[in-house]
Design a protein around this ligand. Structure first.
Ligand code: PGA
Length: 257
């Protein structure tokens, strides 16, 4: 298990720059508890503005929800890792299921993006997770382990220590999702740790997080009962108050470990 616990939110396709600043000022006014690192992934449009609201030394990192794998110029509409770094990103989410399933991002693209993020010295937040049908067929552990293996395929062993992994079962995400229970999550987290070790000669990831319908109601149970190194929150992170509450729940767990 990682020494540090992580708790972050992706705003997905929400918030104007003004709304993003208001959230960031409220969150950055409160210190992140010892033993915890927090992060927020605004849309690209608000990244620099949000970064500008976080005082130096505050343990709220800022990241991007995606970045292109190429360093070449000819990719109309895309944003490179270098550009999100320039806007203030410390980390970059890669391979969210909304991109894999809704935008056709395949394993090869995910692996290239992980490689590009590491090349630029930022932390990849690799998302993996099975659709409902795969879970129902009992194939979820193998499915997720295979996603991890292929996503890390272009990294050297030492680079794997800088990768965050988020297990996000597709059936648990979003307003139509059914929240997972810690016992649904724990075996997959263990399998992710094994898959990381197998693909990188015994190396471990920076952290293995859980995401999917995390709220104030289930955050403590999930962080204490699923063997995770933290939580990756969607909707429940979109208001500053709710995000701060979840951060402090994770902080209390960090203090108890
Ligand atoms: P949710 O989103 O917490 O709103 O279910 C989680 C995610 O997609 O990361």
């Amino acid at each position: 298990m990682a020494d540090e616990l992580w708790v972050g939110t992706s705003w997905k396709m929400t918030k104007t720059i003004t709304q993003g600043r208001a959230w960031a000022r409220e969150v950055a006014a409160v210190p992140v508890p010892d033993g915890v690192t927090a992060f927020v992934l605004p849309p690209h449009t608000a990244l620099a503005a949000v970064r500008g609201c976080v005082p130096p030394g505050h343990r709220l990192l800022v990241g991007a929800q995606d970045a292109h794998w190429s360093a070449e110029n000819e990719w109309t509409g895309e944003v490179s890792v270098q550009q999100v770094a320039d806007a203030g990103a410390d980390l970059v989410e890669v391979g969210h299921s909304e991109r894999r399933l809704g935008l056709g991002e395949d394993e090869d693209v995910v692996a290239r993006k992980v490689r590009a993020v590491v090349d630029f010295g930022l932390v990849p937040l690799l998302c993996v997770g099975e659709p409902a049908a795969v879970r129902q067929a009992g194939a979820h552990v193998d499915h997720v382990a295979a996603q991890v293996t292929s996503a890390l395929a272009l990294l050297e062993r030492e680079e794997v220590y800088d990768v965050l992994v988020a297990y996000e079962p597709v059936w648990a995400i979003g307003p139509k999702g059914a929240p997972a229970e810690p016992e649904d999550v724990a075996p997959v987290i263990a399998a992710i740790r094994e898959a990381v070790g197998r693909s990188a000669e015994g190396a471990s990831a920076l952290g293995v997080l859980y995401g999917g319908s995390v709220t104030r109601d289930n955050a403590t149970a999930m962080v204490s009962g699923a063997g995770v190194d933290g939580l990756f929150v969607g909707r429940a992170g979109w208001t500053a108050r709710s995000f701060l509450d979840i951060v402090s729940m994770v902080g209390r767990h960090a203090g108890d470990r």
